[in-house]
Design a protein around this ligand. Sequence first.
Ligand SMILES: C[S@@+](CC[C@H](N)C(=O)[O-])C[C@H]1O[C@@H](n2cnc3c(N)ncnc32)[C@H](O)[C@@H]1O
Length: 288
Amino acid sequence: MTRITDREVIKQLIAEHGRWWHEIELAPGIITPGDDSNRMKLPILDRLGLPPVMRDLRVLDVGCSDGYFSFEVEKRGAAVVAIDFVPESYTGFATARKILGSTVEYRMDNVYNLSLDKYGEFDVVLFMGVLYHLRKPLHAFDSIRSVMKPGGQLFVGTMMIDEYLLMPDGSVTSLAAIDPRLATVPLWQAYPGDSLNGDSTNCFAPNQRALEVALTEAQFKVEVIERVSMGGYARATAVVDEKTAKYQRLDGRLETAVFDPSIPYFLDEEGSVHEVTGAKNEKPSRSS
Ligand SMILES: C[S@@+](CC[C@H](N)C(=O)[O-])C[C@H]1O[C@@H](n2cnc3c(N)ncnc32)[C@H](O)[C@@H]1O
């Protein structure tokens, strides 16, 4: 694909698209009029370990919107697949790709639908600004992990509640102001309706500990987390943990696959039968 270089044509295409989320420099000095601080986030990913050279790496950009991060990693040499659950012309993605002459592959899809069959394996996944919009955040981590090579690197950017706990009256406080011990308790805050920033697509945000736990529960090893104002960024390595994998499969039973009798029923698990008080019972035999 050839890059468009005529500055007037570029400006016209940007104006025709109209609504931009990302600031993308599509030609020297010509920047899409986005609202987001996306260009300040790339140095944070670099600090976390995003490779400066990405030749031979397959990258997935989940919830790519206008595609700023996809195009940046493409510049570094990566082969990039970008997904978002809206058509590529709904965002500025199609326009930016055309102007840049980019070969990033766009697929309109939901993060929950990622699968090895459809996507193959990725070395790097970018999951920026999407987690707190999701009704099923842990499911998203499971789906993402399912398309990653062991050893692959996941970069997550999200709202976090450690420094930004929304109170019922709309004021904001930190978890530490309530009780410093809460830093070690994995917590998610729910945002009913449009209570966070008037945006009803905001659903749940974790504190740092909950993000670490969620990643671990999806077979990731958290390498680094950096808190930045009302959110944070993490890099995690895809690892193989058979026990965790078993529970991921158990929770996903029948979701996308036919019944698999090799996945245990939860009561089949050692030590899984308790009285309502929490005391452990002797495991009943299956024939009784
Ligand atoms: C706040 S924007 C973030 C865009 C970009 N990743 C960034 O960091 O600037 C969230 C994007 O995720 C997309 N999105 C939200 N939920 C999604 C889902 N379940 N599957 C795929 N994309 C989703 C939205 O359409 C939107 O483009």
